[in-house]
Design a protein around this ligand. Sequence first.
Ligand SMILES: Cc1ncc(COP(=O)(O)O)c(C=O)c1O
Length: 385
Amino acid sequence: MSNLINNYARNNIEFISGNGSYLTSIDGKKYLDFGSGISVTNLGHNHKDITDIIIAESSQLLHVSNLYLSTPQEELAESIVKESFAGKLFFCNSGAEANEAAIKLARLYGNKKYNGKKDKVLSFYDSFHGRTYATLSATAQEKIQNGFTPIAQYNRFVAFNDIDAVLDIVKNGDIVAIILELYQGESGILSVEPLFLKQIREICDKEDIILIFDEIQTGMGRTGEVFAYKHFGVEPDIMSMAKAMANGLPIGAIIAKDFVADLLTHGMHGTTFGGGSLITKVAKKVIEIISDKELLNDVIIKGELLKSIIEDKLNDRVTFHGKGLLIGAETRFAPTTVVSKCLENGLVVIPAGNNTVRLFPPLNISKEDILIGANLFIKSINELD
Ligand SMILES: Cc1ncc(COP(=O)(O)O)c(C=O)c1O
């Protein structure tokens, strides 16, 4: 009998250590990690540079709060601006909290500039933006909202990649923000269409709508760019990030362009833990490592290699989605069935929607381990067939 709330369908394995691309379970079995904790440990386990910072900083200072100056926060903000666009950062503790800040900020813009007359947030079916009240309300999936209705009443939803539906809804003049993922991670790594994204940017410019990109799953090098929006050449006004920022320590953030960021003044928003010195020092090291051009280029090469080995053996029994090492592998089997079979064979993969599992190895995985993982995946699907 467990004393934990039963909100997770847990696999019957307990991992107790990790090194590089491998995990070890309590019974001593080794697993190749193609999950990275859902795109969090993007630099693998027990990364020396990261561990060194954690050890050094934990004996220096653990917490003082955001009531005081913080050079590590300033430096991390500077690094993120350098890898994205000019703007200002707010640090928090998770993806949901980052999106919550993005939504609040956009609504603040609407309230200040349009006296509350522009207050609706548009998001897309099959999206995922988090589990807090504002973010589950923006997550247009019944299974996420079920049991918690009524959702926040300012949300509007249309089909992903349907520009006519967007045009139809913005003509009411009350949409203040559009929030989207460039690849819908929870729904099978479904890509935004480049033309659709360009048109969305044009609509936002014309109608004075804040464009928010949720890069919580796609960010931090996973697609072969530090942030996935770079592949599309379209810039948001606010971008949220989290997951891999500190390779496993909890952190989230938004970057917002000045015209919207500057609306937040003292006391309007905050968090106790956000942006602590240990975590921001780790996150600065992570972004320094993953912004290396060679590493990013390798992410694309390794992604193509992984897909080509699998495709070669499984042919049309698998369809791939995504970019770089953000890979959705769609088969005819339920994701949980594929996950169980892969685990039996010593490969960790993560379920997503639409008969898809996520193949998210660490970005610095070796090509040999890509080969090993590809063969374990092939073996698993062959055993299921
Ligand atoms: C795209 C996206 N947005 C938001 C979230 C929520 O992040 P968190 O679980 O850190 O609150 C997730 C988490 O899976 C996500 O993938």
